[in-house]
Ligand binder design. Structure first.
Ligand code: CA
Length: 241
């Protein structure tokens, strides 16, 4: 028979948020309109019809997964790895042609706020787009060293599979439940939620808040600026007994 005090947890056993697993496109950078345009151009050229907004729903998938999802839908076939690599390289070139996307407003304050509280930041992106990955060190100094990045190249299963965020937690050296995950896309939020992290949704594009909630977000903010303003309150509220 158990005693009532078996359930008691001393204060020193409280769980704290120790790491933040942060998505890149549409979260740190205002890059989704560029990605969407680049995908749309590529798909037009290879004869696959896809409305530009569709890419916001697929956001977070690896490039190969996006190409194959649309090829399956159009022709009921998948491309070989070589074909996928070539198509993704073309899409990446079209993305670069559009110029350098800006930082997402408020992203710098979110990252600074996390670092000020001693929270370890880890990048968790489905992207392999070097033109953005190379900017992280200058745009977010010391936040995302190479050893704390999960990109398309590091996973067998991209978002919405939980693998990317599980790897992110492992790189931070903590358990998933000690992490918040910040992501703007339904597949990213689903991946984070399935991994067992506290999934924070941020509406930075055309996807409405309820879609992120349905995907498993514990809380949804209207922008990165709004998250930056509410970050301390959020982190305090996640400190559980
Ligand atoms: Ca994203």
């Amino acid at each position: 028979m158990g005693f009532p005090w078996d359930a008691y947890k001393p204060v020193h056993a409280r769980e704290m948020i120790k790491a933040a697993l942060v998505d890149m496109d549409g979260t740190l950078y205002d890059s989704m309109p560029f990605h969407s345009k680049a995908w749309h151009r590529l798909m037009n050229e290879i004869g696959i019809e896809a409305p530009e907004d569709e890419f916001y729903l697929d956001e977070g998938m690896t490039g190969a997964a996006t190409v194959n999802k649309l090829a399956m839908k159009a022709w009921n076939k998948c491309f070989s790895k070589e074909e996928c690599d070539a198509l993704y390289a073309r899409k990446a070139a079209y993305f670069r042609e559009l110029g350098a996307p800006g930082l997402m407003p408020g992203a710098d304050r979110v990252i600074a706020g996390l670092m000020r509280r001693g929270i370890v930041c880890v990048l968790v992106t489905g992207s392999g787009q070097n033109s953005l990955l190379c900017r992280l060190d200058s745009d977010f100094p010391d936040a995302f060293p190479q050893c704390r990045r999960v990109t398309a190249r590091d996973v067998s299963n991209g978002k919405p599979h939980p693998e990317p965020f599980l790897r992110g937690a492992a790189l931070a050296g903590v358990r998933p439940e000690e992490c918040i995950a910040i992501d703007n896309a339904p597949l990213g939020v689903e991946s984070a939620s399935r991994a067992g992290t506290v999934a924070i949704g941020v509406c930075t594009g055309p996807i409405p808040a309820y879609v992120l909630e349905k995907a498993g977000a514990s809380i949804v903010y209207g922008s990165m600026d709004e998250l930056a303003d509410g970050l301390d309150v959020l982190l305090d509220s996640l400190t559980m007994l």
